[in-house]
Design a protein around this ligand. Structure first.
Ligand code: XMP
Length: 322
């Protein structure tokens, strides 16, 4: 397999890159139909704009509601793209994803279940129905690196693992951002006309909130981690860290409420300073911010009696919990 040639931020000419990649997409697909999934993250947003520039209405963009997204995401993302003239259809696949995750506790198996449901089941069906031959997606170089190194199976990496998407799923995958890292993608997203709320958006993993539930993922646990995530994002937004998140642990601990024993849930907060997600250190958060966060989470999120802050760097930690 040919080594991917990285384009560093200092060498990136956004206008030229957009023209070349849009032209490249058009050359590959001609007048054919292409499908892509928009999650609202900076990578899939940038790739949607590139595809739209290259193909116009021949790009069909879907927001897959997998049930493990953050609060209010589908409507928010559809509205942002509507303003830019891009139609995004929402596909409700919540049951399929939760069904595929039933009983799975191993982190890599959870990732694999999400990957298979997404690419084989949901997308396989969409592609067959629409007769598209290509899926356009926003894989970046960091996704490839970590997958190939065997650290974490990123949801969107196949060929570098020797998996032929055509054989495995019945369609080909086009990855115009694969030479870039996050900083480069942000530059392209901005140059494509996306608003700052998107091009400066904090990264969010493909396996979504499932990457932040330790143990089995089910709708009840997602509800808890979603609520804790909303509070964490609200409290930590002003800090402007690279990424921050709430994680729901599997183990319970003894707490107390109204003078009674309460064997309750634990939430772990992580907040990272990083440039490109390859290395990261925990943000030196003010103690008052941490205690406020703990108070809000234990007051609002049902069943939570313990909130902790991760103080370990990556490596040896990784940024997401699974
Ligand atoms: P880790 O947890 O590997 O995360 O230190 C590094 C960065 O990558 C994001 N991440 C993912 N992004 N698909 C993605 O598109 C994935 O499967 C995935 N897993 C982790 C994570 O949020 C962090 O920014």
């Amino acid at each position: 397999m040919e080594k991917i040639k990285e384009i560093k931020l200092k060498d990136l000419d956004a206008k030229k890159f957009i023209c070349q990649k849009a032209g490249g997409i058009k050359d590959i697909v001609g007048d054919g139909l292409v499908i892509n999934a928009l999650s609202g993250g900076v990578d899939s947003s940038a790739v949607t704009m590139l595809g739209h520039k290259a193909l116009g209405n021949n790009l069909k963009t879907y927001f897959i509601n997998n049930g493990i997204m953050r609060e209010g995401e589908p409507a928010k993302i559809v509205a942002i793209f509507k303003k830019l003239g891009v139609t995004v259809k929402i596909l409700d696949a919540r049951d399929k994803f939760f069904f595929s995750l039933r009983g799975i506790t191993d982190p890599e198996k959870k990732r694999e279940a999400i990957t298979q449901t997404f690419y084989k089941d949901v997308f396989g069906k969409l592609v067959r129905q629409s007769k598209a031959k290509y899926l356009l997606q926003g894989t970046i170089l960091t996704d490839v690196d970590e997958t190939v190194a065997g650290i974490k199976r990123q949801h969107n990496v196949f060929e570098q693992l020797g998996i032929d998407p055509q054989k495995a799923f019945g369609y080909k995958i086009i990855e115009p951002l694969v030479q870039l890292r996050k900083d480069g993608v942000r530059m392209i997203a901005k140059a494509c006309g996306l608003p700052e709320s998107v091009y400066n958006r904090m990264p969010f993993p493909g396996p979504a909130l499932a990457a932040r539930v330790i143990g089995e993922v089910n709708p009840e646990k997602i509800k808890i981690v979603r609520l804790a995530t909303a509070i964490t994002e609200e409290e930590l937004r002003p800090i402007k860290a690279f990424q921050y998140m709430a994680i729901l642990h599997n183990d319970r601990v003894t707490g107390m409420r109204s003078g009674k024993r309460n064997f309750g849930l634990q939430i772990e907060i992580r907040c990272w300073d990083s440039i490109d997600a390859r290395r990261a250190i925990p943000t030196n958060l003010p103690y008052s911010t941490l205690t406020k966060l703990a108070q809000r989470i234990t007051n609002v999120v049902p069943g939570v009696v313990s909130v902790t802050y991760n103080i370990t760097s990556k490596p040896p930690s990784t940024m997401e919990a699974i």
